[in-house]
Design a protein around this ligand. Structure first.
Ligand SMILES: [Zn+2]
Length: 435
C-alpha cells in the first residue's frame, strides 16, 4: 500500500501539501484512494499510521542484534551494588558480603516502618555510604529497592530479559517491597486554594514567562478571572486577558479539529471491524506460539529436575538451559510482535478519532478544566500574546485541522446525528493491511 509513499513524515507532509495546494485532488494508492472527504481523510490517517508502523518495525529489527547479546543473559555494564563483575565469565555474580546487605535492606524495608532516610542510616551502620562518607541519597535508596537486577534480570532499552546470573532477592520479597513503596508513594492531597483552570499551561508570547491568573473586580463590583504574564523575566508589555475571551478562542480552535459525530461514529465502527478481522487472523498464530512457549516451559522444568536429581552434569545443564531460554525468548518476542502489531496502528487511530469527537464536544462545553486538559494533550507550545491564544496541534490533529476547511461544507449538507450509510461511503477496500 502507501508504505513507500509515506515512509517518513516528510513524504507524508509532501502529500498533504500537494493536496492542500490543489495539485492533487485525489490520491490513488494500490489499495485505496483519497478524496478530500471525511472518509478520505480517515483513510489517509490510516495509511500514514500504517506506514509508520512498518518503518518502526524496520528499526526494531536493527536493534535485535544488540538484544541477542542481552538474551544470552550477559550484564553489559558495571555491576550494580550487591554484584561484582567477573571478567572470566563475562558476567556478574553476587558479591559475598554486599549481596547479603541487599537482602537485609529489602527485609528491613519490607517491614513498612522505614523511610528512605531511615533506611539510608540503617545502611550506613553496615558501612554502605557515598564516596564522601555520607548516607546514601533518597534516589539511590529507591533505585536499590526497585532494581530488577536483584531478581536476575538484564535491562535493554525498556525491556527486561532473563539474565544468566544468580538473583539476590526472592521474587516474593521483591514484590512485598514494591507494595510498601507504592503505599508510601501515594500522593498526598493538595489543597487547591484558587480555581484558575488555565494556570500552568500558557507561556507569554513576548517574554516566555508563565501566564498566571488573578481575580479582579470591575467598577460595577463584578468579579472576573484574568490571566496575565507573571513578568518574572523582566520587562514585558503584555496586557491582561479575561478568562471568557481565552475560552472563546480555545473553543474556536477546537472546532477546527472536530468532526461531527456521525462521521466519528462511522469511523469507530470501521476500526472495530478491522480490529475484529485482524484479531481472528492473528489469533490462531498467537495460539500456536503460546503452545510452543508452553512446550518450552515444560522442557525447562524437566531439565531442571533432571539436573537436581544429579542425572546430568552442570555443564550440560547450563548449555541446555541457555538453548531453551533463547528459544522461549524468541517465541515470546514473536507473540508480542503479533499483539503489538495490532495495538500499534489501531490504538493511535482510535485515539485520533476520539480526539476529533472530544474536540467537537468541548467546543461547546463549559467545563474549563476539561478544555485545559484536552488542549494540553493535543496542543504544543501554547502561548498568549496580544490577548490571543496561539498553539500548534500535534501531528494527527494538525492534519485534521488543515483538512477541516473542506470537510465543514461536506458535513453541513448532511442531516446531523445519523450514522453514515455504506452507500455514502466511497473509500477503498480495507484488505490492504499488509506491508
Ligand atoms: Zn511576558
Amino acid at each position: 500500500m502507501s508504505d513507500r509513499l509515506a515512509r517518513n513524515s516528510i513524504d507524508g507532509g509532501r502529500v498533504i501539501y500537494a493536496v492542500d495546494t490543489h495539485k492533487v485532488s485525489s490520491l490513488r494508492f494500490p489499495t485505496f484512494w483519497f478524496e478530500p472527504t471525511p472518509q478520505g481523510l480517515f483513510m489517509l490517517q490510516v495509511a500514514f499510521g500504517q506506514s509508520k508502523y512498518y518503518s518502526d518495525n524496520l528499526s526494531d529489527n536493527i536493534k535485535r542484534g544488540v538484544r541477542q547479546k542481552v538474551r544470552r543473559g550477559e550484564w553489559l555494564n558495571l555491576a550494580p551494588f550487591g554484584y561484582q563483575n567477573n571478567p572470566r565469565i563475562r558476567n556478574i555474580e553476587p558479591h559475598p558480603t554486599n549481596s547479603k546487605i541487599v537482602i537485609r535492606a529489602y527485609e528491613e524495608y519490607a517491614k513498612g516502618t522505614h523511610s528512605f532516610v531511615s533506611l539510608a542510616h540503617f545502611l550506613t551502620d553496615l558501612g554502605v555510604v557515598t564516596k564522601n562518607g555520607t548516607p546514601l541519597a533518597k534516589v539511590s535508596i529507591k533505585r536499590l529497592l526497585t532494581h530488577r537486577a536483584y531478581l536476575g534480570f538484564v535491562k535493554h532499552g525498556d525491556e527486561w530479559f532473563d539474565g544468566n546470573f544468580e538473583p539476590i532477592v526472592s521474587p516474593q520479597l521483591f514484590e512485598t517491597v514494591q507494595k510498601v513503596l507504592k503505599e508510601k508513594e501515594r500522593p498526598r492531597k493538595r489543597k487547591i486554594k484558587h480555581d484558575f483552570p488555565f494556570v500552568g499551561i500558557f507561556r507569554c508570547g513576548e517574554c516566555s514567562g508563565m501566564i498566571s491568573a488573578q481575580w479582579t473586580t470591575n467598577r460595577h463590583g463584578t468579579k472576573y478571572r484574568y490571566y496575565r504574564c507573571s513578568k518574572k523575566r523582566g520587562r514585558c508589555s503584555q496586557p491582561y486577558v479575561r478568562e471568557e475571551e481565552l475560552v472563546e478562542q480555545l473553543r474556536a480552535r477546537l472546532q477546527t479539529i472536530s468532526l461531527p459525530e456521525r462521521y466519528t461514529k462511522w469511523m469507530l465502527s470501521k476500526v472495530k471491524e478491522w480490529e475484529r478481522e485482524e484479531t481472528s487472523a492473528s489469533q490462531s498464530e498467537v495460539q500456536n506460539l503460546s503452545e510452543n512457549i508452553k512446550t518450552a516451559e515444560a522442557k525447562m522444568e524437566k531439565l531442571v529436575s533432571t539436573y537436581l536429581d544429579g542425572d546430568i552434569p552442570k555443564q550440560t545443564y547450563l548449555k541446555k538451559k541457555d538453548e531453551i531460554l533463547l528459544a522461549s525468548a524468541v517465541l515470546e518476542q514473536k507473540k508480542k510482535d503479533f499483539e503489538n502489531g495490532r495495538k500499534k496502528w489501531v490504538e493511535p487511530l482510535r485515539e485520533w478519532i476520539l480526539d476529533t469527537k472530544q474536540a467537537d464536544f468541548l467546543a461547546k462545553s463549559d467545563n474549563f478544566h476539561e478544555i485545559k486538559t484536552f488542549v494540553q494533550k493535543i496542543g504544543t507550545n501554547p502561548l498568549v500574546r496580544d490577548k490571543s491564544v496561539r498553539f500548534e496541534f500535534s501531528p494527527p490533529s494538525h492534519f485534521a485541522a488543515k483538512r477541516r476547511g473542506v470537510l465543514r461544507s461536506a458535513a453541513a449538507t448532511r442531516p446531523r446525528g445519523a450514522i453514515l450509510s455504506n452507500r455514502e461511503v466511497s473509500i477503498a477496500e480495507s484488505k490492504g493491511f499488509e506491508p
